[in-house]
Design a protein around this ligand. Structure first.
Ligand SMILES: Nc1ncnc2c1ncn2[C@@H]1O[C@H](COP(=O)(O)OP(=O)(O)OP(=O)(O)O)[C@@H](O)[C@H]1O
Ligand SMILES: CC(C)(CO)[C@@H](O)C(=O)[O-]
Ligand code: BAL
Length: 290
């Protein structure tokens, strides 16, 4: 397909999308998928930009997946901004937007069959949001089967999600390659997130504690601190920040997503989640212990 400089075509039915992509494939199309829940910001658009570099046909899915929200979470108030999303995508060369309804994706209500995320699915985000990763992997598997992309693009911000998607692809021999894009931040360092819309100006300022805590851990490790000292540096910043209710701050081994031991050497990742006002925010940063 030629690069789109106008609004992408919007398809809401699985059958129509399959038919459209079958035609594209017959003409030799190479397909990339960018799965999102919409309310697009520059972080999502960086994923789209990468997809456009990697393939000639880019499908962006916009679907707020009920299966990955727990009771009492923000499913109902999650921002749904399809018109603005299409405007944003018009400038980026995405060809197709797949925006199904919940009944299109789940015609019988919740699926009887689920992908289970395994042990890493119940730590960190999974501990605070039971069932979240099973619901996320189930919809990602459905999207992979519907679109059958050669490559799918995800953001590093959701590092545990990336780990689990890669694990699913390897465990189930799914024929898709996973591309990961760095976190896009605002000028002060706050990771862009659709949930930042829930923040007041004051809360947005307070939310900077997440990236500042990660920076403290990163800098301590770079200066030669061990795991415990690096962890304490970040936890202190987070724990003393006003208006911030920490959920977890941990350093995990990138190979296993398990917390590293005190003597760990190598590539690790600091991960953080905290509630600021009514928003639950996450962030992450690579940390190396030489
Ligand atoms: N700041 C960012 N930089 C790069 N990628 C991002 C960023 N924010 C989200 N993404 C990625 O965009 C994809 C879709 O994420 P999603 O639609 O949940 O957006 P989100 O902003 O993370 O929303 P929320 O924080 O409300 O869950 C995911 O792969 C996610 O990692
Ligand atoms: C991958 C995803 C689109 C699945 O609903 C969602 O978890 C997200 O937006 O990161
Ligand atoms: N960004 C991951 C999707 C979610 O929070 O449900």
């Amino acid at each position: 397909m030629t690069q789109s400089i106008s609004r992408p075509e919007v398809i809401t039915s699985i059958a129509d999308l399959r038919e459209r992509l079958r035609g594209a494939r017959m003409q030799g199309a190479d397909i990339a998928l960018v799965p999102t829940m919409g309310a697009l910001h520059d972080g999502h658009l960086a994923l789209v930009d990468r997809a456009v570099q990697l393939a000639d046909t880019v499908v962006v899915s916009i679907f707020v997946n009920p299966l990955q929200f727990g009771a009492g979470e923000d499913l109902d108030r999650y921002p749904r901004t399809l018109e603005a999303d299409l405007e944003a995508l018009a400038t980026r060369g995405a060809h197709l937007v797949f925006a199904p309804s919940a009944s299109e994706m789940y015609p019988h209500g919740e699926t009887a069959t689920r992908v289970t995320a395994g042990p890493v699915g119940s730590t960190f985000e999974g501990a605070s949001r039971p069932g979240h990763f099973d619901g996320m992997l189930t919809v990602v598997a459905k999207l992979f089967n519907i679109v059958q992309p050669r490559v799918a693009v995800f953001g590093e911000k959701d590092a545990q999600q990336v780990f689990l998607v890669k694990q699913m692809v390897a465990d189930l021999d799914l024929p898709v390659s996973i591309e990961v894009v760095d976190i896009v931040r605002d000028a002060e360092g706050l990771a862009l997130s659709s949930r930042n819309r829930y923040l007041s100006d004051q809360e947005r300022e307070q939310a900077l504690a997440l990236c500042r805590a990660l920076a403290a851990t990163h800098d301590a490790a770079t200066e030669g601190a061990g795991v415990d000292a690096a962890l304490n540096a970040g936890r202190e910043v987070l724990g003393t920040a006003s208006g911030v209710d920490p959920d977890y701050f941990e350093i995990v081994d990138t190979a296993t997503f398990e917390p590293v031991g005190a003597r760990f050497r190598g590539d690790a990742r600091a991960v953080v989640a905290a509630r600021v006002g009514s928003a639950r925010l996450i962030d992450t940063r690579a940390v190396r212990f030489a």
